[in-house]
Design a protein around this ligand. Structure first.
Ligand SMILES: [Zn+2]
Length: 723
């Protein structure tokens, strides 16, 4: 049995020691692949998993592929199953929960969670600074400024370096104990070495968020299942934290930002930050004496603290400038913030300044401009979606909200319209959170004049005039005419979208344009576009035509799961598409599958199975798939044997053309060479793979004429080398 002899120090995770972890990972991965990790290495295995969790969740810079992580994780699960006595609460496997939570018991916070005083402009901040200087008797104060995250507040307690409790804010004095759900959030370390700072017990505060892109995805899923969408990421995060099934919580992709230490004890002595303390000799660092130092400590211990965002300034002028900078930039952040928080940096001074009954005197929130506005609802239009769903869209008097003019707001479905009691002519309150779609918060019936009109739902499709249909138990009316022009266009838009076939240069606008010109009537039409006629189009230069052509060509070899997702089968998202792609050798094999067989697939319930079954028993769909195959698309599973040498690129030749978006060309070439492949200088029959980036030119043209050359997108290439 191989013994690796990696010593794992309990209190000193070497998160910065890249070389150590790279070597440890590759040794353990090799053993894990053979299913032979020795029990003696169980601590090393846990340590390496924690390291990669931190790279992925906190630094956003993963060093290994998901599959490799999963393999290591499974190896740990196996060892722990064989040696259950070795399981500890901070093991990476111990996030995974089974069973449902009954109630969340009420628990008291160690220190009450006060709210902050608010300020809305520079004058408010100048005022506050003046008072703070009077109170401390100093002519200038150092302030720490950081973003104010717009999520659900939490408080965490660590004891002896282990996470022992997570609670909601509640009323500020007491909250709900949601430890089991907090453990599902991968950016919350289950163990953190506070003991290195001499800290024994600590209470820290933070905010749980869903980032904007996960929020959008989550709402899209809800829409697909005809459930009402969540109004904003804050509500989505708060709701997720109180779910009874911790497994569901883990699927929500929550993130936790920790930004405040409210209490800690050192060698048995309870103190609040700022009080002078004697440190035990065994500690590596002193506990910090500034708030910014605390943020840095949290970051160093593996928390997602705002270390990168925080700044310390002397005096208020720079603080105001930084707040304005952040406000201008808020839409570019991946998560929602609703303001900034300014704190006196010195913890000793904080102590001296104290607090009122409502809020601390040493901190203030600077609130960004509200993203709400009132407007008049003028009319409601009905849009037809990809699956025939009819969505009411409110047209309102254009109104600026957070720097964007809003004139049209989705009302989702009939129930939402009824629930919100909306009428045409109503004054409505509209909110827009970041790049999240605007929505109507409520109408204002108290200012009605009596002239308002009810919103009438159509009985027939506004585009094709077929009778509409509402399945039982659903909130959405549908046009079930498969040839309804509105649906055809939406299907094509979905087919070419980024997560589907990723034909970027053929976006929504072009699809509509080509459809109207009569050049693009259905999905297979993408592959027979009359490019010779394009020169007559405004804004279509020679270069953009070549770009479009090569993007379309490259999409033909997209992996099968992308094609399945692109087909837009109802209820089949990216995950189910991947399951389906791994199940059959050829997509048309599904025509032979019975409903009961589909139900045996992972995560496929009756609703999903029924939808897949219907899709593959519809002659129009099968005809389309055969057409696509004739046009050269891959309808077969990309099997390991199709990838040379079962993953290694031995004896395979590559050439790159165009600009790659996710790496430089020399990095890509190095990847090929690392795996035993070679790089050719030009297109010839000796070439196996041409990888196409943006603006690919003559090499692609030449390669298309040699049928033995496989043309790959950058993503397909990355999929291939990561296997
Ligand atoms: Zn229709």
């Amino acid at each position: 049995m191989a013994i690796l002899h990696f010593t794992v120090s309990k209190y000193a995770p070497r998160m910065n020691n890249l070389r150590y972890y790279t070597e440890l990972t590759s040794s353990l991965s090799r053993l894990a692949a053979e299913g032979k990790v020795p029990f003696a290495e169980i601590d090393a295995l846990r340590d390496v998993l924690r390291f990669h969790e931190h790279r992925y969740q906190i630094l956003n810079d993963p060093l290994i592929a998901d599959v490799e992580y999963d393999q290591l994780f499974k190896a740990l699960e196996k060892l722990e199953k064989e040696h259950p006595e070795s399981i500890r609460p901070d093991s990476p496997t111990q996030r995974v929960a089974t069973g449902l939570s009954k109630d969340f018991p009420t628990v008291a916070h160690l220190v009450p969670m006060l709210s902050l005083e608010n300020s809305y402009d520079a004058d408010d901040l100048l005022d506050w600074d003046r008072k703070a200087r009077e109170l401390t008797g100093l002519s200038e104060l150092a302030y720490c400024v950081e973003p104010k995250f717009d999520g659900a507040s939490i408080s965490l307690i660590y004891e002896g370096d282990l996470l022992t409790r997570g609670a909601t804010r509640g009323d500020g004095v007491q909250g709900d104990d949601i430890t089991v759900n907090i453990r599902q959030i991968r950016s919350v370390p289950l163990r953190a070495s506070f003991s290195r700072y001499g800290i024994n017990q600590i209470e820290i505060r933070g905010e749980v968020l869903i980032n904007k892109s996960n929020f959008a995805k989550y709402n899209a899923q809800l829409a697909e299942s005809n459930l009402p969408p969540m109004a904003n990421p804050r509500n989505a995060a708060a709701g997720s934290l109180r779910m009874k099934d911790p497994k569901e919580v883990s699927k929500r992709n929550l993130e936790a930002f920790l930004y405040h230490v409210s209490y800690y004890t050192i060698v048995g002595e309870a103190i609040t930050p700022g009080a002078a303390v004697g440190l035990p000799e065994s500690t590596v660092h002193d506990a910090p004496h500034t708030h910014s130092g605390m943020l840095d400590m949290l970051w160093d211990l593996g928390f997602r603290s705002p270390k990168q965002e925080r700044r310390v300034f002397n005096g208020i002028a720079e603080v105001i400038k930084y707040c304005h900078e952040f406000e201008e930039n808020r839409d570019n952040l991946p998560y929602e913030i609703d303001g900034m928080v300014i704190k006196v940096d010195d913890l000793g001074l904080q102590d001296k300044m104290g607090m009122t009954t409502h809020h601390p005197r040493w901190a203030i929130a600077y609130k960004f401009k509200a993203r709400q506005a009132t407007s008049k609802l003028r009319k409601v239009e009905f849009q037809v979606g990809r699956t025939g769903s009819i969505t009411p869209v409110a047209k309102i008097d254009p109104v600026p909200i957070g720097g964007v003019t809003v004139s049209s707001v989705s009302l989702f479905n009939e129930e939402v319209v009824r629930d919100k009691d909306l009428k045409i002519g109503d004054t409505v309150l509209v909110e827009r959170a970041g790049d999240v779609i605007p929505y109507i918060v409520r109408s204002q019936p108290e200012v009605r004049t009596g002239e308002e009109e009810d919103i009438i739902f159509p009985t027939h499709c506004p585009v094709c005039s077929d009778a509409l249909f509402k399945p039982e138990g659903e909130a959405v009316w549908r046009c079930i005419n498969i040839n309804c022009p509105a649906q055809v266009v939406e299907r094509i838009i979905h087919f070419v979208s980024k997560d589907a076939m990723d034909i970027r240069s053929l976006g929504e606008a072009n699809v509509r344009r080509f459809y109207e010109a009569g050049w693009l009537k259905d999905v297979p039409g993408i592959y027979t576009l009359p490019f010779d006629q394009f020169s007559s189009l405004e804004g279509f230069g020679k270069k953009s035509i070549t770009n479009l052509q090569s993007a379309i060509e490259a999409s033909k070899t997209q992996p099968l799961h992308r094609l399945i997702f692109a087909l837009g089968i109802r209820y089949v998202g990216e995950t189910t598409a991947k399951t389906l792609a791994q199940t059959v050798d050829h997509i048309l094999d599904f025509t032979e599958w019975r409903l009961e067989q589909l139900l045996t697939l992972e995560d496929v319930g009756p609703k999903v199975a029924g939808s897949i079954y219907q899709f593959f028993h519809n002659e129009d769909n099968l005809h389309m798939l055969r057409e696509l195959e004739k046009l050269g698309l891959t309808l077969k599973r990309s099997q390991p044997e199709n990838i040379p040498g079962g993953g290694s690129l031995k004896d395979q030749s590559f050439l790159f053309t165009g600009t790659l978006s996710r790496m430089t060309r020399s990095e890509a070439e190095a990847l090929v060479e690392q795996q035993g492949g070679k790089i050719l200088g030009s297109v010839s029959s000796k070439l196996n793979f041409l990888v196409v980036g943006e603006d690919a030119g003559s090499k692609l043209e030449k390669a298309k004429k040699i049928t033995s050359i496989r043309i790959l997108t950058e993503d397909a290439f990355l999929d291939m080398v990561s296997k």
